[in-house]
Design a protein around this ligand. Structure first.
Ligand SMILES: *Cc1c(COP(=O)(O)O)cnc(C)c1O
Length: 357
């Protein structure tokens, strides 16, 4: 086999590393913020029938505009949006990639506030967009003042605000989002991948009227327990979707994906039925780790960023040997832990307690 360096790779990809969250079959997997609860049986039965029906038609290309799914997503968002304001793709990663293809590219800049989702710089690399990461405040908050000064300094074409933020769990105020929107004339993307875990929080979807450069990204991968299907979506002005049609691959959403997702949204009450329990486990984990003397950062999500580990990598490895996978993101002294089921959460609390004693 040749080396990567033997290939005429695009210059801005030289020396880069791919997305690499470990994927291992362990009993307790709490490293990529999935919903670890089983899916509702009634959904499985109905989705299997819907997929079987869709299979009868797979000799033909799928509905390229997937309007039934977009109508279902508009209904789910319950914000008075029409299907023309909704778009979807294979995970919100693809939605974000399409946004960068349309609004980023050579000579353009994407700005986000670090630490944040590790895919933003990778998506920038893949679309030859320059990425600027501006550090958050020491407590991981992003204030209107910070957003405005960062935008003034770096003059970005695109800003992504992650709310709640991965990996810190930090939530964002509407004032910060509005300050960002008003501070520049580029595209503002609010990534709400974890919105359903953020009890009672306002969604930036409500800020869309009159703001044609605002995009709200969502996913079914987290609260909906649907990571394996790959369905992410966005809400925006219909003109934004016209821009994405220029870059998307035709027929990008398979007929099977469309059938599964439409059924899941029909069952959204049951699909999201474990969200309250996950929040309880998150809070139980936070209380236990606080008790042990760790620093637990406030989280509006289904995971916690925890500080106070003298050697995070050693803790990560020791837990991995015990069949518990958490996330080491190279934030000094910190580890990220997804809230799982009651027994998974108990396993991680007991393992860390044993290490601390
Ligand atoms: C998990 C995650 C996503 C979702 O990615 P999908 O491609 O929809 O699975 C998007 N944004 C953030 C911040 C995430 O943590």
């Amino acid at each position: 086999m040749a080396e990567l360096s033997d290939l005429p790779l695009r210059a801005n990809l030289v020396g880069k590393t791919p997305y690499g969250a470990p994927q291992a079959a362990v009993p307790v997997s709490l490293n990529v913020n999935e919903n670890t609860h089983p899916l509702p049986e009634a959904f499985i039965t109905e989705a299997a029938a819907a997929i079987a029906e869709a299979l009868r038609g797979v000799n033909r290309y799928p509905d390229r505009e997937f309007l039934e799914l977009r109508a279902a997503l508009a209904d789910y968002l319950d914000a008075g949006l029409v299907p023309e304001q909704i778009w979807a793709a294979n995970g919100s990663n693809e939605v974000l990639q399409q946004l960068l293809q349309a609004f980023g590219g050579p000579g353009r800049t994407l700005l986000s506030f670090t630490p944040t989702y590790s895919m933003y710089p990778l998506l920038a690399d893949g679309t030859d967009t320059k990425w600027v990461g501006v550090p958050r405040n020491a407590d991981f908050t992003v204030t209107p003042e910070l957003v405005v000064s960062a935008i003034r300094e770096h003059n970005p074409d695109i800003v992504i605000l992650c709310n709640p933020n991965n990996p810190t769990g930090t939530t964002l105020s509407a004032e910060t989002i509005l300050a960002a929107y008003d501070a520049f004339d580029g595209m503002l993307i609010v990534d709400e991948a974890y919105h359903e875990f953020n009890a009672g929080a306002e969604s930036a979807v409500d800020l869309l009227p009159g703001r044609h450069r605002l995009v709200v990204s969502r996913t079914m991968s987290k609260a909906f327990a649907f990571a394996g299907v790959r369905l992410g979506y966005l809400a925006a002005d219909a003109a934004v979707i016209d821009a994405l049609r220029l870059v998307r691959l035709p027929y990008h959403l398979s007929a099977l994906t469309q059938a599964a997702a439409i059924t899941a949204i029909r069952h959204s009450g049951a699909m999201l039925g474990t969200v309250g329990e996950i929040r309880e486990q998150r809070d139980r984990l936070a209380a236990a780790l606080n008790e042990l003397g760790y620093t637990v950062h406030p989280s509006g999500s289904n995971f916690l960023l925890v500080g106070g580990f003298a050697d995070p990598n050693a803790v990560f490895e020791t837990l991995r040997e015990q069949g518990i996978l958490i996330r080491n993101l190279d934030i000094p002294g910190h580890l990220r832990i997804t809230a799982g089921t009651e027994s998974e959460t108990t396993a991680v609390i007991e393992a860390i307690t044993a290490l601390t004693a």
